[in-house]
Design a protein around this ligand. Structure first.
Ligand code: GCW
Length: 674
C-alpha cells in the first residue's frame, strides 16, 4: 500500500552499513515548504531502511555531512566552481546527483528539482546502486506531465476499476486526507507535475465557487510537491451555469464569460494550470454546435487563461457517427487543416492510437502531421480495453511501441517521442497525459501491478525514451524485493505480458471486439445498437471468405494519413507486420501468411499462444511463493487465476464465433473450446 516508496529494511548488515553513513549525515541547505517535504520524505525513508527517527539525525554541518542537498546558487563557492561543467546542463526542474571527494551531492536550480533529486537518491538506495560512482544529470524532456482523472463529482470514476474517486468532495476543503499527501509524494517521486482532477465528460459545476474552494485546498496541499491543478471545462458551461443563450465561441458575451470565470478560478488557485477539454465527441458540447472550428473553440479558452500563464489541453478525440468516413480518420481530417491556427498556449492532446486505447494500435497519424501546433500524448493507464484491473499487463511495453514508432515526418528517425518532446518541430509547449488508474482501493490500483503502470507512466512522461526494462526492474526492487531471482523472473513476466494479452484478446490487428459498452470480456458478435462505430462487426467485418478492415486505397484509405514510407510497408499485405494485418487489410481466411500458416490457422494459434502465455505467467508467479509477503503474493495469485480463465474465455469465444465464418477446423495444438 506504500506503492514503490516501501523503503523496507536493508536485507543484511553489510548493505545497511554501506548506506547508513550517507543517510545519517545529511545536510539540507535552504528553507521552503518543498524543503519540509524533502525532510519528511527522508524521515520516512530512514525510518524504513534503518528503523531510526530522522529527528535525531538532523543538524549536521556542511563540513561534517556526507550527503548535501542544495540549490546550485547556495553551494559553497569551491564546490560551485568544481561542479560548474555539470550544473551548466541543468534545465527546468532537472537535478544532478554527484559523488565528489567523499560526499554525495544532490543539486538543482529549483526547489522542486531538489525534491526530484532526493527521490532519485532514495531510489538509488532502494535499488542498491553504488554511490561512489554516482554522476547522474537528469532533465525532464517533457514540460507538462499530467494525470487525467476521469472522476465524477459523485465519486464514481469513468472507466475506473479501483474503487471510487479519491477526491472526497464532501470533506473538502477542510479535511486534507493522508491519501492526498501520499498521492502527491508518489507523483512527485516519478516527476508528475500536474493533475486534472475531473472527468473529461465534464460537469460544469466544478467551475462554481463551492467546488473551486475545494479544488483550491487540493492545489494548496499539492503545491510543495510541484503538482498543479487543472480542471476540465464543459464547453457549454456559460449556458449551464449562467443561462447565457449560447456558448458560441465567437460571441463576445461568451468570450467575456470565460474571461470572468477564469479570473475567478485564479482568485482561488493562483497557479492554476489550465483547462482540459473534450468537445464535439460522444455527446459533449463543442464548437461544432455553432458551426465553428476546433481552433475557434480552443482559442476562446486560451485567450482567457493566457494573462495568467495558463494553458489549454484540447483533445483530438473528436468523432461523429453522422460523418460517414471511417471513424479512425476523423480526428486527422479535422485537425490537420487547422495546423497553425491555435493560440500559442494551446496543446492538442492526442490518444496514442487513432481509435480508442485498444490493446494494440498503430500510432495516431496526427503525430508528426502538425509541425506548427504542439501535440501531446494521451495514454490510458486504466485498462478499459485490456481486461480491466484483474489482468496483469505491463502497459509500458505498449507505450514504448508507440513512442518509438517512426513517423518519418522529417525523414528516418522522426519518432513519436521526438514529436512530443518538442525536438522534432521545435514545439514551445510539450506534454503527456495519463488517464489515471487510481481509486480508493487499499492498494490504489486494484491489481498490485497496476502500480507499475502508474510508475512507468511517470518515468516515460519525464523522458519518453527511458528504457522500459530498467523501469520494470527498478519498480520491482522498490516495491517487492531486491532478490535477483525474483526480480529477474518477474521482470521477464512483465516484459512478455503485453504480447500475451494481445494474443488472447486481439491478435493480428483485430480491434474493438470487446463486449458492448463496458468493454470487459469478448464480444466480436456485437452489432446494431445506437451507433455502428461502437460495434465489433464494424471493425472486423468477418464474412465467409475474409476478415479485416480495408484501410488501404481500395478501402477507407486511413493509410493515406501516414507518411509515404508507411504506405509502402503497411499497404502491402505481404510486407506489413502481422501485428497490424487486419487493422489495415481485408484478408481471405485461407490466405497463406509469411509464417506459412493460413490466416485462420495463424489466428487460432495466436489465441492458443495467448492462453499458454497466461498460464506461463501463473507458473512463474507460483514459484515466487515465500519471496515476498503472503498478502500481496496471494492477491496477485488469485488475479492470475482470473486472468487465465478469462484468456481461455477470450480464445474460446472468439474462435467459435469466427469459425462460423471461416468454416475451417482448428489446427492441431489448439484446445477444443470448453
Ligand atoms: O475510451 C473511451 C471511453 C469513454 C471515454 C472516452 C474518452 C471519457 O469508453 O468512457 O470518456 O474514451 O476518451 O473521451
Amino acid at each position: 500500500y506504500k506503492l514503490w516508496l516501501q523503503y523496507f529494511p536493508f536485507e543484511n548488515k553489510a548493505v545497511a552499513d554501506y548506506y547508513r553513513d550517507y543517510l545519517e549525515n545529511i545536510h539540507i541547505v535552504g528553507i521552503s515548504p518543498t524543503h519540509e517535504v524533502i525532510k519528511n520524505e527522508l524521515g520516512i525513508a530512514i525510518k524504513g531502511f534503518l528503523g531510526k527517527d530522522y529527528q535525531a539525525l538532523t543538524g549536521k554541518s556542511v563540513e561534517s555531512a556526507l550527503c548535501i542537498i542544495s540549490k546550485t546558487d547556495e553551494l559553497p563557492q569551491e564546490i560551485k566552481t568544481a561542479f560548474a561543467p555539470n550544473t551548466v546542463g541543468l534545465k527546468d526542474d532537472g537535478y544532478l546527483l554527484k559523488y565528489h571527494q567523499g560526499k554525495m551531492y544532490i543539486i538543482s536550480n529549483t526547489n522542486i528539482g531538489l525534491l526530484y533529486g532526493t527521490f532519485s537518491f532514495l531510489k538509488s538506495i532502494q535499488t542498491r546502486a553504488q554511490l561512489e560512482t554516482m554522476d547522474i544529470l537528469e532533465n525532464p524532456q517533457i514540460q507538462r506531465r499530467l494525470l487525467n482523472h476521469w472522476d465524477n463529482l459523485n465519486r464514481t470514476v469513468e472507466r475506473g476499476y479501483a474503487g471510487f474517486s479519491i477526491w472526497n468532495w464532501h470533506r473538502l476543503p477542510h479535511h486534507i486526507d493522508q491519501q492526498y499527501i501520499d498521492y502527491a509524494r508518489a507523483n512527485a517521486s516519478i516527476g508528475i507535475n500536474g493533475t486534472s482532477i475531473t472527468n473529461v465528460n465534464a460537469n460544469a459545476l466544478v467551475l462554481t465557487p463551492e467546488y473551486l474552494e475545494k479544488a483550491a485546498a487540493l492545489a494548496d496541499a499539492f503545491r510543495p510537491y510541484g503538482i498543479k491543478i487543472y480542471l476540465t471545462a464543459r464547453f457549454n458551461a456559460p449556458m449551464v451555469l449562467d443561462n447565457l443563450p449560447t456558448a458560441d465561441p465567437l460571441d463576445p458575451g461568451v468570450q467575456k464569460w470565460w474571461k470572468d470565470k477564469t479570473a475567478e478560478i485564479y482568485s482561488y488557485i493562483p497557479d492554476f494550470g489550465g483547462f482540459l477539454v473534450k468537445a464535439d465527441s460522444e455527446g459533449q458540447p463543442g464548437p461544432h454546435n455553432y458551426g465553428r472550428t476546433q481552433a475557434d473553440g480552443a482559442n476562446i479558452l486560451a485567450d482567457a487563461v493566457q494573462p495568467f500563464g495558463g494553458i489549454v489541453m484540447w483533445r483530438a478525440f473528436v468523432y461523429n457517427e453522422k460523418t460517414p468516413t471511417d471513424r479512425i480518420k476523423q480526428a486527422y481530417d479535422e485537425f490537420k487543416p487547422l495546423d497553425g491556427e491555435f493560440r500559442e498556449n494551446v496543446i492538442i492532446q492526442v490518444k496514442n492510437g487513432p481509435l480508442d486505447f485498444q490493446p494494440r494500435e498503430p500510432f495516431h497519424p496526427l503525430f508528426g502531421a502538425m509541425p506548427k501546433t504542439p501535440i501531446m500524448m494521451e495514454f490510458q493507464i486504466t485498462k478499459e480495453y485490456l481486461g480491466q484491473e484483474t489482468h496483469w499487463v505491463n502497459l509500458a511495453s505498449m507505450w514504448e511501441e508507440v513512442l518509438q514508432s517512426d513517423t518519418y515526418a522529417k525523414g528516418k528517425g522522426s519518432t513519436v517521442s521526438k514529436v512530443i518532446d518538442g525536438s522534432l518541430h521545435g514545439y514551445k509547449l510539450t506534454g503527456m497525459a495519463g488517464v489515471a488508474n487510481i481509486g480508493t482501493d487499499r492498494n490504489w490500483t486494484g491489481h498490485h501491478t497496476g502500480q507499475a503502470d502508474w510508475y512507468a507512466y511517470g518515468k516515460l512522461a519525464w523522458n519518453p525514451d527511458t528504457k522500459i526494462d530498467k523501469i520494470a526492474e527498478d519498480w520491482l526492487k522498490m516495491t517487492f524485493s531486491t532478490d535477483p531471482d525474483f526480480v529477474g523472473t518477474i521482470k521477464g513476466v512483465m516484459l512478455k505480458s503485453h504480447e500475451i494479452l494481445v494474443n488472447y484478446m486481439t491478435p493480428i490487428g483485430l480491434h474493438h471486439i470487446m463486449a458492448r459498452s463496458h468493454h470487459w470480456g469478448p464480444g466480436p458478435w456485437v452489432t446494431g445498437g445506437s451507433r455502428d462505430d461502437w460495434t465489433a462487426t464494424y471493425y472486423h467485418k468477418a464474412s465467409k471468405d475474409s476478415i479485416g478492415f480495408d484501410r488501404t486505397v481500395t478501402g477507407s484509405n486511413a493509410l493515406g494519413q501516414y507518411a509515404p514510407e508507411w504506405k509502402q510497408i503497411l499497404g502491402d499485405p505481404d510486407k506489413i507486420s502481422l501485428d497490424y494485418l487486419l487493422w489495415f487489410h481485408r484478408v481471405p481466411w485461407n490466405k497463406k501468411l509469411k509464417t506459412g500458416n493460413t490466416l485462420w490457422h495463424e489466428m487460432a494459434i495466436r489465441y492458443q499462444k495467448g492462453v499458454e502465455g497466461a498460464r506461463w505467467m501463473q507458473k512463474k508467479w507460483e514459484i515466487q511463493e515465500g519471496k515476498i509477503d503472503t498478502e500481496r503474493f496471494d492477491h496477485i495469485r488469485s488475479f492470475l487465476n482470473i486472468q487465465v480463465r478469462e484468456a481461455e474465455w477470450w480464445r474460446d469465444s472468439c474462435l467459435l464465433y469466427f469459425q462460423q465464418f471461416s468454416q475451417m477446423p482448428l489446427p492441431e495444438g489448439v484446445e477444443k473450446p470448453k
